[in-house]
Design a protein around this ligand. Structure first.
Ligand SMILES: Cc1ncc(COP(=O)(O)O)c(C=O)c1O
Length: 409
Protein backbone atom coordinates (compact mmCIF):
# COMPACT_ATOMS: atom_id res chain seq x y z
CA UNK A 1 0.00 0.00 0.00
CA UNK A 2 1.17 3.53 -0.64
CA UNK A 3 0.58 6.74 1.29
CA UNK A 4 -2.88 8.30 1.11
CA UNK A 5 -1.66 11.83 0.46
CA UNK A 6 -5.03 13.54 0.96
CA UNK A 7 -5.47 11.81 4.31
CA UNK A 8 -1.91 12.77 5.29
CA UNK A 9 -2.29 16.41 4.32
CA UNK A 10 -5.64 16.80 6.07
CA UNK A 11 -3.83 16.18 9.38
CA UNK A 12 -1.64 19.28 8.98
CA UNK A 13 -3.62 22.52 9.40
CA UNK A 14 -0.61 24.54 8.16
CA UNK A 15 -0.85 22.94 4.73
CA UNK A 16 -4.13 24.76 4.10
CA UNK A 17 -2.38 28.14 4.17
CA UNK A 18 -2.49 30.29 1.06
CA UNK A 19 -0.31 33.22 0.06
CA UNK A 20 -1.41 35.66 -2.64
CA UNK A 21 -4.29 33.36 -3.55
CA UNK A 22 -2.21 30.24 -4.09
CA UNK A 23 -1.33 27.39 -1.72
CA UNK A 24 1.75 28.04 0.37
CA UNK A 25 4.46 25.48 -0.29
CA UNK A 26 6.64 24.24 2.57
CA UNK A 27 10.03 23.26 1.17
CA UNK A 28 11.78 24.44 4.35
CA UNK A 29 11.33 21.03 5.98
CA UNK A 30 15.07 20.40 6.55
CA UNK A 31 14.95 23.43 8.87
CA UNK A 32 11.77 22.22 10.57
CA UNK A 33 8.64 20.38 9.44
CA UNK A 34 5.01 21.32 9.93
CA UNK A 35 3.17 19.83 12.90
CA UNK A 36 0.28 17.36 12.85
CA UNK A 37 -2.94 18.39 14.62
CA UNK A 38 -2.67 15.40 16.98
CA UNK A 39 0.71 16.71 18.16
CA UNK A 40 -0.70 20.11 19.09
CA UNK A 41 -3.69 18.38 20.76
CA UNK A 42 -1.40 16.22 22.89
CA UNK A 43 0.61 19.26 23.95
CA UNK A 44 -2.54 21.19 24.81
CA UNK A 45 -3.80 18.27 26.88
CA UNK A 46 -0.51 18.04 28.74
CA UNK A 47 -0.52 21.76 29.52
CA UNK A 48 -4.18 22.08 30.44
CA UNK A 49 -4.87 18.78 32.17
CA UNK A 50 -1.67 17.06 33.31
CA UNK A 51 0.56 19.94 34.27
CA UNK A 52 2.61 19.02 37.35
CA UNK A 53 6.16 18.22 38.30
CA UNK A 54 7.27 14.60 38.61
CA UNK A 55 6.96 12.15 41.47
CA UNK A 56 3.89 13.51 43.30
CA UNK A 57 1.10 11.32 44.70
CA UNK A 58 -1.69 13.54 43.29
CA UNK A 59 -3.62 13.00 40.07
CA UNK A 60 -1.92 15.51 37.76
CA UNK A 61 1.58 14.40 38.74
CA UNK A 62 0.64 10.73 38.38
CA UNK A 63 -0.75 11.44 34.92
CA UNK A 64 2.25 13.54 33.93
CA UNK A 65 4.64 10.77 35.09
CA UNK A 66 2.70 8.21 33.05
CA UNK A 67 2.98 10.44 29.97
CA UNK A 68 6.75 10.76 30.50
CA UNK A 69 7.16 6.99 30.79
CA UNK A 70 5.13 6.62 27.60
CA UNK A 71 7.24 9.22 25.79
CA UNK A 72 10.37 7.25 26.65
CA UNK A 73 8.72 4.14 25.18
CA UNK A 74 7.68 6.04 22.04
CA UNK A 75 11.19 7.47 21.64
CA UNK A 76 12.68 3.99 22.09
CA UNK A 77 10.37 2.56 19.40
CA UNK A 78 11.27 5.46 17.14
CA UNK A 79 15.03 5.17 17.65
CA UNK A 80 15.38 1.40 17.97
CA UNK A 81 16.69 1.59 21.50
CA UNK A 82 15.48 0.81 25.01
CA UNK A 83 13.30 3.23 27.01
CA UNK A 84 15.96 3.61 29.72
CA UNK A 85 18.51 4.59 27.06
CA UNK A 86 16.58 7.70 26.04
CA UNK A 87 17.44 11.17 27.35
CA UNK A 88 15.49 14.31 26.44
CA UNK A 89 16.75 17.87 26.20
CA UNK A 90 15.89 21.18 24.55
CA UNK A 91 17.40 20.28 21.16
CA UNK A 92 20.09 18.09 19.60
CA UNK A 93 22.80 20.77 19.79
CA UNK A 94 22.48 21.09 23.57
CA UNK A 95 22.50 17.32 24.04
CA UNK A 96 25.55 17.03 21.76
CA UNK A 97 27.42 19.54 23.91
CA UNK A 98 26.37 17.91 27.17
CA UNK A 99 27.33 14.40 26.14
CA UNK A 100 30.54 15.35 24.33
CA UNK A 101 31.72 17.08 27.52
CA UNK A 102 30.74 14.07 29.63
CA UNK A 103 32.37 11.50 27.33
CA UNK A 104 35.53 13.61 26.97
CA UNK A 105 36.09 13.51 30.72
CA UNK A 106 36.86 9.81 30.29
CA UNK A 107 39.44 10.48 27.51
CA UNK A 108 43.13 11.36 27.82
CA UNK A 109 45.13 14.17 26.24
CA UNK A 110 46.23 13.07 22.78
CA UNK A 111 43.11 10.93 22.19
CA UNK A 112 41.47 11.50 18.83
CA UNK A 113 38.01 12.35 17.52
CA UNK A 114 36.89 12.06 13.89
CA UNK A 115 34.13 14.25 12.45
CA UNK A 116 33.03 14.57 8.81
CA UNK A 117 32.60 17.40 6.31
CA UNK A 118 29.00 16.28 5.83
CA UNK A 119 28.03 17.10 9.38
CA UNK A 120 25.90 19.88 10.76
CA UNK A 121 28.19 22.02 12.89
CA UNK A 122 26.45 20.81 16.06
CA UNK A 123 28.38 17.56 15.55
CA UNK A 124 31.67 19.34 14.77
CA UNK A 125 32.02 22.50 16.88
CA UNK A 126 31.39 20.82 20.19
CA UNK A 127 34.26 18.40 19.56
CA UNK A 128 36.60 21.26 18.65
CA UNK A 129 35.70 22.99 21.89
CA UNK A 130 35.89 19.83 24.00
CA UNK A 131 39.24 19.08 22.37
CA UNK A 132 40.53 22.45 23.57
CA UNK A 133 39.50 21.63 27.13
CA UNK A 134 41.02 18.13 27.18
CA UNK A 135 43.93 18.28 24.73
CA UNK A 136 42.23 16.01 22.19
CA UNK A 137 42.96 15.92 18.47
CA UNK A 138 40.07 16.36 16.03
CA UNK A 139 40.37 15.13 12.44
CA UNK A 140 37.78 15.55 9.72
CA UNK A 141 36.86 13.02 7.02
CA UNK A 142 36.37 14.61 3.61
CA UNK A 143 33.38 14.52 1.35
CA UNK A 144 33.84 13.82 -2.35
CA UNK A 145 33.58 17.23 -4.04
CA UNK A 146 32.11 15.67 -7.18
CA UNK A 147 29.06 13.93 -5.75
CA UNK A 148 28.75 15.00 -2.11
CA UNK A 149 29.25 11.48 -0.73
CA UNK A 150 31.53 10.70 2.19
CA UNK A 151 35.09 9.69 1.35
CA UNK A 152 35.10 6.48 3.35
CA UNK A 153 38.72 5.69 2.46
CA UNK A 154 39.77 9.02 3.88
CA UNK A 155 37.79 8.36 7.04
CA UNK A 156 39.42 4.93 7.32
CA UNK A 157 42.89 6.48 6.94
CA UNK A 158 42.20 8.78 9.92
CA UNK A 159 41.48 5.93 12.33
CA UNK A 160 44.10 5.07 14.92
CA UNK A 161 44.26 3.14 18.18
CA UNK A 162 43.72 6.53 19.89
CA UNK A 163 40.43 7.27 18.10
CA UNK A 164 37.73 7.50 20.75
CA UNK A 165 34.76 8.79 18.77
CA UNK A 166 33.69 8.78 15.13
CA UNK A 167 31.02 11.50 14.99
CA UNK A 168 29.02 11.47 11.76
CA UNK A 169 25.64 12.31 10.35
CA UNK A 170 23.32 9.67 8.90
CA UNK A 171 22.18 12.14 6.24
CA UNK A 172 23.47 15.57 5.20
CA UNK A 173 21.04 18.41 5.88
CA UNK A 174 22.75 20.33 3.05
CA UNK A 175 23.11 17.83 0.20
CA UNK A 176 20.74 15.05 1.22
CA UNK A 177 23.53 12.45 1.04
CA UNK A 178 23.05 9.36 3.17
CA UNK A 179 26.26 8.10 4.75
CA UNK A 180 27.35 4.42 4.82
CA UNK A 181 26.58 4.17 8.52
CA UNK A 182 27.18 0.44 8.88
CA UNK A 183 30.70 0.67 7.47
CA UNK A 184 31.44 3.78 9.52
CA UNK A 185 30.24 2.09 12.70
CA UNK A 186 32.27 -1.02 11.86
CA UNK A 187 35.40 1.06 11.28
CA UNK A 188 34.82 2.94 14.55
CA UNK A 189 34.38 -0.27 16.50
CA UNK A 190 37.44 -1.87 14.88
CA UNK A 191 39.64 0.58 16.84
CA UNK A 192 37.44 0.62 19.95
CA UNK A 193 35.87 4.02 19.14
CA UNK A 194 32.23 5.02 19.54
CA UNK A 195 29.85 5.37 16.59
CA UNK A 196 28.28 8.74 17.47
CA UNK A 197 25.51 9.46 14.99
CA UNK A 198 23.41 12.49 14.15
CA UNK A 199 20.02 11.22 13.00
CA UNK A 200 18.37 14.66 12.78
CA UNK A 201 18.11 14.96 9.02
CA UNK A 202 17.68 11.24 8.39
CA UNK A 203 14.68 10.75 10.70
CA UNK A 204 11.83 12.30 8.67
CA UNK A 205 12.90 10.25 5.65
CA UNK A 206 14.13 6.89 6.86
CA UNK A 207 13.74 4.59 9.82
CA UNK A 208 16.17 4.99 12.70
CA UNK A 209 17.30 1.91 14.59
CA UNK A 210 20.21 2.48 16.93
CA UNK A 211 20.77 -1.19 17.71
CA UNK A 212 20.29 -2.52 14.19
CA UNK A 213 22.45 0.21 12.67
CA UNK A 214 25.28 -0.59 15.09
CA UNK A 215 25.33 2.89 16.67
CA UNK A 216 26.38 3.71 20.21
CA UNK A 217 24.90 7.20 20.50
CA UNK A 218 22.10 8.53 18.28
CA UNK A 219 20.51 12.00 18.30
CA UNK A 220 17.35 13.31 16.73
CA UNK A 221 15.01 16.31 17.00
CA UNK A 222 11.24 15.76 16.71
CA UNK A 223 10.62 19.20 15.20
CA UNK A 224 12.13 17.81 11.99
CA UNK A 225 9.59 14.98 11.91
CA UNK A 226 6.23 16.63 12.55
CA UNK A 227 6.62 17.02 16.31
CA UNK A 228 7.53 19.87 18.67
CA UNK A 229 10.83 21.59 19.44
CA UNK A 230 12.71 19.05 21.51
CA UNK A 231 15.93 17.03 21.33
CA UNK A 232 16.46 13.39 22.19
CA UNK A 233 19.30 10.95 22.30
CA UNK A 234 19.55 7.17 22.58
CA UNK A 235 22.74 6.19 24.43
CA UNK A 236 23.91 2.63 24.96
CA UNK A 237 23.06 1.96 28.58
CA UNK A 238 26.55 0.94 29.72
CA UNK A 239 28.05 4.08 28.19
CA UNK A 240 25.65 6.49 29.86
CA UNK A 241 26.28 4.73 33.16
CA UNK A 242 30.06 5.05 32.75
CA UNK A 243 30.20 8.78 31.89
CA UNK A 244 30.31 11.35 34.69
CA UNK A 245 27.09 13.34 34.81
CA UNK A 246 26.79 16.79 36.35
CA UNK A 247 23.78 16.58 38.59
CA UNK A 248 22.10 18.73 41.20
CA UNK A 249 22.18 17.20 44.69
CA UNK A 250 20.28 15.07 45.65
CA UNK A 251 18.72 14.39 42.23
CA UNK A 252 19.35 10.88 41.05
CA UNK A 253 17.97 8.58 38.46
CA UNK A 254 14.19 8.28 38.92
CA UNK A 255 11.96 5.79 37.14
CA UNK A 256 10.78 8.64 34.92
CA UNK A 257 14.18 10.26 34.32
CA UNK A 258 17.62 9.70 32.75
CA UNK A 259 20.90 10.68 34.40
CA UNK A 260 21.75 13.04 31.52
CA UNK A 261 18.50 14.98 31.93
CA UNK A 262 19.00 18.05 34.09
CA UNK A 263 16.18 20.02 35.67
CA UNK A 264 12.55 19.97 34.64
CA UNK A 265 11.93 18.87 31.09
CA UNK A 266 9.32 20.15 28.65
CA UNK A 267 6.65 17.59 29.52
CA UNK A 268 4.33 19.08 26.92
CA UNK A 269 6.96 18.65 24.20
CA UNK A 270 7.52 15.05 25.26
CA UNK A 271 3.75 14.44 25.01
CA UNK A 272 3.78 16.06 21.57
CA UNK A 273 6.70 13.87 20.51
CA UNK A 274 4.77 10.74 21.56
CA UNK A 275 1.88 11.92 19.38
CA UNK A 276 4.26 12.51 16.46
CA UNK A 277 5.61 8.96 16.75
CA UNK A 278 2.05 7.60 16.93
CA UNK A 279 1.10 9.74 13.93
CA UNK A 280 4.00 8.32 11.90
CA UNK A 281 3.15 4.78 13.04
CA UNK A 282 -0.45 5.35 11.88
CA UNK A 283 0.86 5.63 8.31
CA UNK A 284 1.95 1.99 8.41
CA UNK A 285 0.55 -1.43 9.28
CA UNK A 286 1.66 -3.97 11.87
CA UNK A 287 0.98 -5.46 15.26
CA UNK A 288 3.29 -3.24 17.28
CA UNK A 289 4.18 0.45 17.08
CA UNK A 290 7.72 -0.45 15.99
CA UNK A 291 6.36 -2.64 13.17
CA UNK A 292 3.97 0.07 12.08
CA UNK A 293 6.89 2.50 11.96
CA UNK A 294 8.86 0.03 9.81
CA UNK A 295 5.98 -0.16 7.38
CA UNK A 296 5.27 3.59 7.45
CA UNK A 297 8.85 4.36 6.48
CA UNK A 298 8.67 2.00 3.51
CA UNK A 299 5.68 4.04 2.27
CA UNK A 300 7.29 7.38 3.09
CA UNK A 301 10.44 6.44 1.26
CA UNK A 302 8.59 5.22 -1.82
CA UNK A 303 6.72 8.53 -2.03
CA UNK A 304 9.75 10.74 -1.42
CA UNK A 305 11.97 8.77 -3.82
CA UNK A 306 9.41 9.38 -6.57
CA UNK A 307 9.42 13.12 -5.76
CA UNK A 308 13.24 13.21 -5.90
CA UNK A 309 13.26 11.59 -9.35
CA UNK A 310 10.50 13.93 -10.54
CA UNK A 311 12.42 16.97 -9.32
CA UNK A 312 15.63 15.84 -10.94
CA UNK A 313 13.90 15.05 -14.26
CA UNK A 314 12.45 18.58 -14.15
CA UNK A 315 15.65 20.49 -13.43
CA UNK A 316 18.30 18.29 -15.06
CA UNK A 317 18.27 20.29 -18.29
CA UNK A 318 18.25 23.75 -16.68
CA UNK A 319 21.59 25.29 -17.55
CA UNK A 320 21.21 28.19 -15.13
CA UNK A 321 21.01 25.75 -12.19
CA UNK A 322 23.91 23.94 -10.47
CA UNK A 323 22.71 21.15 -8.22
CA UNK A 324 25.19 19.89 -5.59
CA UNK A 325 25.49 16.37 -4.25
CA UNK A 326 24.31 13.15 -5.84
CA UNK A 327 22.55 13.79 -9.17
CA UNK A 328 22.81 10.35 -10.76
CA UNK A 329 19.31 8.89 -10.40
CA UNK A 330 20.83 5.39 -10.41
CA UNK A 331 22.39 6.29 -7.07
CA UNK A 332 19.41 8.03 -5.48
CA UNK A 333 19.21 5.23 -2.90
CA UNK A 334 22.15 7.07 -1.30
CA UNK A 335 20.28 10.35 -0.92
CA UNK A 336 17.10 11.67 0.62
CA UNK A 337 14.84 14.19 -1.11
CA UNK A 338 16.77 17.28 0.00
CA UNK A 339 18.43 19.28 -2.77
CA UNK A 340 20.84 22.22 -2.73
CA UNK A 341 21.56 24.34 -5.76
CA UNK A 342 22.67 27.73 -6.98
CA UNK A 343 21.28 29.83 -9.81
CA UNK A 344 23.74 31.46 -12.21
CA UNK A 345 24.04 35.19 -11.67
CA UNK A 346 21.75 35.32 -8.63
CA UNK A 347 22.70 35.44 -4.96
CA UNK A 348 21.06 32.55 -3.02
CA UNK A 349 19.28 35.04 -0.74
CA UNK A 350 17.77 36.72 -3.79
CA UNK A 351 16.58 33.36 -5.16
CA UNK A 352 15.00 32.47 -1.80
CA UNK A 353 13.30 35.88 -1.88
CA UNK A 354 11.95 35.31 -5.39
CA UNK A 355 10.64 31.87 -4.39
CA UNK A 356 9.03 33.40 -1.30
CA UNK A 357 7.20 35.87 -3.56
CA UNK A 358 5.73 32.83 -5.31
CA UNK A 359 4.57 31.36 -1.99
CA UNK A 360 7.44 28.89 -1.74
CA UNK A 361 9.38 28.52 1.53
CA UNK A 362 13.04 27.61 0.94
CA UNK A 363 16.18 28.37 2.92
CA UNK A 364 19.41 29.84 1.62
CA UNK A 365 22.88 29.91 3.19
CA UNK A 366 24.95 27.10 4.68
CA UNK A 367 22.25 25.59 6.95
CA UNK A 368 24.96 25.20 9.65
CA UNK A 369 26.50 22.49 7.46
CA UNK A 370 29.50 24.75 7.50
CA UNK A 371 32.18 22.19 6.53
CA UNK A 372 30.24 21.09 3.43
CA UNK A 373 29.61 24.69 2.43
CA UNK A 374 33.34 25.44 2.69
CA UNK A 375 34.36 22.19 0.94
CA UNK A 376 32.09 22.94 -2.01
CA UNK A 377 33.41 26.48 -2.30
CA UNK A 378 30.00 27.99 -1.58
CA UNK A 379 30.69 29.76 1.68
CA UNK A 380 32.16 32.93 0.17
CA UNK A 381 29.27 33.49 -2.22
CA UNK A 382 26.24 33.21 0.04
CA UNK A 383 25.98 29.41 0.12
CA UNK A 384 23.16 27.69 -1.74
CA UNK A 385 19.38 27.41 -1.87
CA UNK A 386 17.89 24.29 -0.31
CA UNK A 387 14.55 22.62 -0.94
CA UNK A 388 13.36 19.62 1.04
CA UNK A 389 10.50 17.27 0.22
CA UNK A 390 8.67 15.47 3.00
CA UNK A 391 5.97 12.81 2.96
CA UNK A 392 3.26 15.49 2.74
CA UNK A 393 4.81 17.11 -0.37
CA UNK A 394 2.76 16.51 -3.52
CA UNK A 395 3.88 15.84 -7.11
CA UNK A 396 1.94 19.00 -8.08
CA UNK A 397 4.09 21.02 -5.67
CA UNK A 398 7.25 19.63 -7.23
CA UNK A 399 5.92 20.63 -10.66
CA UNK A 400 5.23 24.12 -9.35
CA UNK A 401 8.75 24.38 -7.94
CA UNK A 402 10.27 23.19 -11.21
CA UNK A 403 8.23 25.77 -13.13
CA UNK A 404 9.33 28.52 -10.72
CA UNK A 405 12.99 27.53 -11.07
CA UNK A 406 12.63 27.46 -14.85
CA UNK A 407 11.46 31.08 -14.75
CA UNK A 408 14.63 32.10 -12.91
CA UNK A 409 16.77 31.35 -15.96
C1 LIG B 1 21.64 17.31 10.52
C2 LIG B 1 21.36 18.21 11.68
N1 LIG B 1 21.98 17.97 12.84
C3 LIG B 1 21.76 18.72 13.93
C4 LIG B 1 20.90 19.79 13.88
C5 LIG B 1 20.71 20.61 15.13
O1 LIG B 1 19.50 20.26 15.70
P1 LIG B 1 18.83 21.17 16.83
O2 LIG B 1 18.25 22.36 16.15
O3 LIG B 1 17.79 20.28 17.44
O4 LIG B 1 19.90 21.54 17.80
C6 LIG B 1 20.22 20.08 12.70
C7 LIG B 1 19.32 21.24 12.60
O5 LIG B 1 19.06 21.77 11.56
C8 LIG B 1 20.45 19.26 11.56
O6 LIG B 1 19.83 19.48 10.40
Amino acid sequence: MSLDLDAVRSQFPALARTVGGQPFMYLDGPGGSQVAQVVADAMTHSLLHANANTGGPFATSVESDAAIVESRRAAADFMGSKPDEIAFGPNTTTLQYLLAHAAARTFEAGDEIITTELDHDSNVSQWLQVADDHGLIVRQARLHRTDGTLDLHHLESLLSPRTKVVAFTLASNHLGTVTPFREIARHAHSVGALAWADGVHYAPHRRLDREQMGLDVLFTSPYKWFGPHLGMVAIRHDLAASWPANRVRPADETPAGHRFETGTQSHEAMAGMTAAVDYLASLGAGATRAERLDSAYVRIREHEDALALQFWAGVEGMEHLTVYGLTDPERFADRVATFSFTVDGAHPAEVAQRLAQRGIAAWDGNFYALSASIALGLEESGGAIRVGFLHYTTPAEVDRLVAALGELG
